[in-house]
Design a protein around this ligand. Structure first.
Ligand code: UDP
Length: 247
């Protein structure tokens, strides 16, 4: 099973980026649909009140920490701590590097109309030999879902990237994973926007200092309300940590 750490009942895998990539490569060789999610503190907080989301995360094959807050929390809690942040965007880029020039195929589902196509074109030019077998935007109605499933069933991608935002993408994957002829489903949030060049990631300096969240806050101020969850997350982790140290 490998090492996991319990962060407010979400079991996060204690893996480095390289180990996470190796796990995904293992999933590709298995005969089932594995699921990969990359929660940040906001999602872990949301799961405290959303039983369905908590259950989806519990059933995941691999959970890696997208947010530095999750990594810092693991250092305060009992047990092994998380070695590093494994951002969903970077994980996917590393997987693309690994599977370019292999027969593994990818499908992009999510983002505003045309973003997934733009992202696919950009990634195929960045990773020569990367096989993207289909794209679909993420603003569909429930009655369109069967058509999307049919399209995915027709092309049978090895990897399905779902970027519908959290927790929509996680719930969507859980709902359909049994009927999808896919080896790995990954919830990728707004990654297609970044791949398409519509949104910029924080400069490397911010990322290294663990301040990507701060960069996103100043460049996308509409996220501010969501980020109010961060201090509540930190407070909850501290409470658990103090409780554990008094035991
Ligand atoms: N999105 C989508 N369908 C929806 C809602 C959102 O495809 O019904 C896309 C949106 O265009 C964006 C991504 O989901 O590309 C959400 O990005 P965000 O950075 O907010 O992801 P999160 O931080 O929630 O993982």
């Amino acid at each position: 099973m490998g090492n996991k750490i319990n962060i407010m009942n979400v079991l996060v895998d204690v893996v480095t980026m390289d180990e996470a990539v190796s796990k995904v490569m293992d999933f590709l060789r298995q005969d089932k649909c594995s699921t990969v999610y990359t929660p940040n503190p906001e999602i872990i907080m949301a799961a405290q009140k959303d039983k369905e989301l908590m259950n989806v995360l519990y059933n995941a094959s691999l959970i890696v920490p997208d947010g530095i807050g999750v990594v810092l929390a693991s250092r305060l809690l009992k047990g092994p701590s998380l070695p590093q942040r494994v951002a969903g965007y970077d994980l996917v880029q590393n997987i693309f590097k690994k599977i370019s020039n292999t027969n593994y195929t990818v499908y992009f589902l999510g983002g505003a109309p045309t973003v997934a196509e733009e992202a696919a074109i950009a990634m195929q030019s960045k990773y020569k030999g990367l096989k993207i077998v289909g794209t679909h935007h993420g603003y569909f109605k429930q009655e369109d879902e069967q058509e999307i499933i049919n399209r995915i069933q027709n092309v049978k991608p090895d990897i399905l990237l779902v970027g519908l935002g959290a927790p929509k993408q996680e719930k969507w994957i859980e709902k359909y994973k049994k009927i999808l002829p896919v080896k790995v489903c990954i919830g990728v949030g707004g990654s297609f926007d970044v791949m398409a060049g519509r949104i910029k990631r924080a400069p490397k300096g911010f990322q290294k200092l663990g301040l990507e969240w701060f960069y996103r806050l100043i460049t996308q101020p509409k996220r501010a309300k969501r980020m109010l969850k961060l201090p509540i997350f930190a407070w909850n982790v501290l409470k658990i940590s103090v409780k554990n140290s008094n035991k």
